[in-house]
Write a protein that binds this ligand. Structure first.
Ligand SMILES: [Zn+2]
Ligand SMILES: [Zn+2]
Length: 152
């Protein structure tokens, strides 16, 4: 059986990620590759700390600062999106195509919502202002927490 996680890693094998880094002029060090690989393999929108915790056993010399600096570099090179959500802190996303996010106030999950963004927000400019990024962010209680509270 092929799980979702496996599908994602098949879609984004390490050599493909290495090429992505090289195409942006970023030296594909092992740490950078592993950080990008974690982001490419999850839809959980991890924090700096989540990524640090996932890698620290494998790379004991890793620091949170290195993870943070690497993420900033990946964001700057537009390989990764940084989502600033006041309650959740900064979360990172490998999917750089504009999409809607749902933030759960109860469990802090950040979930991708499969809805088309309004055409009016996907233009180059609006009302004379040049648009760089479009983020739509909803918040409330996720379906997992709702189901949990119903059975409790
Ligand atoms: Zn929740
Ligand atoms: Zn997302």
């Amino acid at each position: 059986m092929i799980t979702m996680e496996m599908k994602k890693s098949i879609k984004n094998p390490r050599d493909r990620l290495q090429k992505l880094l090289e195409a942006k002029g970023v030296r594909p060090s092992f740490q950078r590759l592993r950080i990008l690989e974690i982001l490419a393999g999850t839809a959980s929108h991890p924090t700096v700390d989540d990524i640090y915790q996932e890698l620290v056993d494998e790379i004991p010399t890793l620091s949170r600062t290195t993870v943070y600096n690497t993420l900033n570099l990946l964001v700057e090179k537009k390989l990764v999106l940084a989502l600033s959500m006041s309650e959740a802190g900064m979360r990172y996303d490998f999917n750089t195509i504009p999409h809607t996010h749902f933030f759960c106030n109860s469990c802090s999950r950040v979930i991708d919502i499969e809805t088309e963004l309004p055409e009016s927000l996907l233009q180059e400019s609006v009302d004379g202002h040049k648009i760089h990024d479009t983020h739509i962010y909803l918040n409330g209680i996720c379906k997992y927490c709702l189901a949990h509270s119903e059975t409790a």
